[in-house]
Ligand binder design. Structure first.
Ligand code: NPG
Length: 370
C-alpha cells in the first residue's frame, strides 16, 4: 500500500451535553480526521488528541505539527505492508502516540478495503456485538447527577462510570450507589489525586465498585502500586499505559489489576492488540476506553472491543449520547442488552458524510501541498 495524499481535517463538534472531568469542562470536542488516499482507495483515521493538554500532553496542535513536519513526510510514497511496517517507519519519532495512531487507523481501513476484511476480522475479534456502558461527567449538583444517571439507565445502559475529583468523590458514589444498589459502577479520577490525598478514597472499597481508574499521576506506576496494596477494589490504569512496555511493567509491579485500552493513547490498534494479548496471557481483564470519538474512531473501538479479553463493558456509547449529527452515515445504536453491534463491512466499515464533515471542519490541509 502506497499513500499518495492525505487531507487533514481539524474538527470541532458540539456535544449533546457538556462533559466535565477533573481536568475541565468541554462543550465541544475537537480532533483531527485523516483522509488517506492510496492506490485509488480512501481510508479514514481519527487522531484523538484534544484541543487542550489536560488529559495528555498531545493536542490537536501538536498532532497537526507532527503530521505536517514528520509523520506524513515519512510515509507518503513509501510501500507499507501493514501496521507494523508503518510503525517501523515512525520509530524515529519519540512519543506522540495519538498522532501515530490516527494515521495507523487509516492504514487498517485501507488494508481492509483492499482485502475485503472487516477490522474485526483483521484484528482477530470474535464477538459481533460488544457490551458497553456510559461515562458520566461531573455534574453541578448531586440531584443533577442522579437525574443524568437515571436518564442513561432508562435508555438501556447497564454499566455506569462516574467521574470523580477531590471533594467530589465519596458523596458522588454514595448518592448513586444508594439509589442503584446493584448497578455495575466504576469511577475515574483522571490523575486528580496524590498518594496522600488518595487516602480520602479508601472508603470507596465499601461500594462494590468494578474498579477505580487512574487515581494518581500518569507517570507514577510506583505510587499506584502502593495505593493498590491498600485497596481490595481493583485499580485500573488509563493515562499511565502509553504502550505495551508500560502495560507489562504495570502488571509486573502490581500497580493495577485491570487495564483500560485506548487505541489512540497506546499508539494504535497494533499496540492495543499487543496489550490485549499480554493481559489475556496473564488473566488480567481489559476494557475499551473512549475519547468521545466520531463514528470513525467509534468503529475502530468497537472492532477492538470484540477481542476476547475485553471482559468489562467499554466506554463506547451510542452516537446520540455524543452528537446530534455525526460525520459518518452509520449511526451506532444501543441494543436492548446494553451492547453495540461491531461493524461488518470491509475496513472500519463506516462511510463519511461529506456534508457533515465540511460542517464540522474548522481547518483543513492537503499533503503533499498542491
Ligand atoms: O464515552 O467516549 C466516551 C467518553 C469516556 O470518560 C470518557 N473519556 O478520561 O477516559 C476519559 C475520558 C476522556 C474523554 C479523556 C475525552 C480524554 C478526552
Amino acid at each position: 500500500m502506497r499513500i499518495s495524499q492525505v487531507t487533514l481535517y481539524h474538527l470541532r463538534m458540539p456535544l449533546q451535553a457538556h462533559f466535565e472531568t477533573s481536568f475541565g469542562r468541554i462543550y465541544a470536542r475537537e480532533c483531527i480526521l485523516l483522509e488517506v488516499h492510496a492506490e485509488g482507495m480512501t481510508g479514514w483515521g481519527e487522531c484523538v488528541a484534544d484541543r487542550h493538554p489536560g488529559y495528555a500532553y498531545e493536542t490537536v496542535g501538536t498532532a497537526w505539527h507532527l503530521y505536517q513536519e514528520f509523520i506524513l513526510p515519512a510515509l507518503i510514497g513509501k510501500p507499507l505492508v501493514d501496521a507494523a511496517d508503518l510503525q517501523a517507519r515512525l520509530a524515529h519519532i519519540k512519543g506522540h502516540q495519538m498522532a501515530k495512531a490516527g494515521v495507523e487507523m487509516a492504514l487498517w481501513d485501507l488494508l481492509g478495503k483492499a482485502s475485503g476484511q472487516s477490522l474485526r476480522e483483521m484484528l482477530g475479534g470474535e464477538r459481533r456485538r460488544v457490551p458497553v456502558g456510559v461515562s458520566v461527567g461531573l455534574q453541578d449538583t448531586l440531584d443533577e447527577l442522579l437525574r443524568v444517571v437515571d436518564g442513561y439507565l432508562a435508555r438501556g445502559y447497564r454499566r455506569v462510570k462516574l467521574k470523580i475529583k477531590p471533594g467530589r468523590d465519596l458523596s458522588v458514589v454514595q448518592a448513586v450507589r444508594q439509589r442503584h444498589p446493584d448497578l455495575p459502577l466504576q469511577v475515574d479520577a483522571n490523575s486528580a489525586y496524590t498518594l496522600e490525598s488518595a487516602a480520602a478514597l479508601l472508603p470507596l472499597d465499601d461500594f462494590d465498585l468494578l474498579l477505580i481508574e487512574q487515581p494518581l499521576a500518569e507517570d507514577d506506576l510506583w505510587d499506584h502500586r502502593r495505593l493498590q496494596q491498600r485497596f481490595h477494589t481493583p485499580l485500573c490504569l488509563d493515562e499511565s499505559i502509553t504502550g505495551p512496555r508500560q502495560a507489562r511493567q504495570a502488571l509486573e509491579m502490581e500497580a493495577c489489576r485491570v487495564i483500560n485500552i485506548k487505541q489512540g493513547r497506546v499508539g494504535g490498534l497494533l499496540n492495543a492488540r499487543r496489550i490485549h494479548d499480554l493481559c489475556l496471557r496473564q488473566d488480567v481483564p481489559v476494557w475499551c476506553g473512549g475519547m468521545l470519538e466520531t463514528g470513525v474512531g467509534r468503529a475502530a473501538n468497537l472492532a477492538l472491543a470484540s477481542l476476547p479479553d475485553f471482559k468489562l463493558p467499554g466506554d463506547i456509547s451510542a452516537t446520540e449520547r455524543y452528537y446530534a449529527r455525526d460525520i459518518t452515515r452509520e449511526v451506532f445504536t444501543l441494543n436492548a442488552d446494553s451492547t453495540i453491534d461491531v461493524p461488518d463491512a470491509p475496513g472500519l466499515g463506516v462511510t463519511v458524510d461529506r456534508e457533515a464533515l465540511e460542517q464540522a471542519t474548522v481547518r483543513k490541509a492537503v499533503f503533499p501541498p498542491r
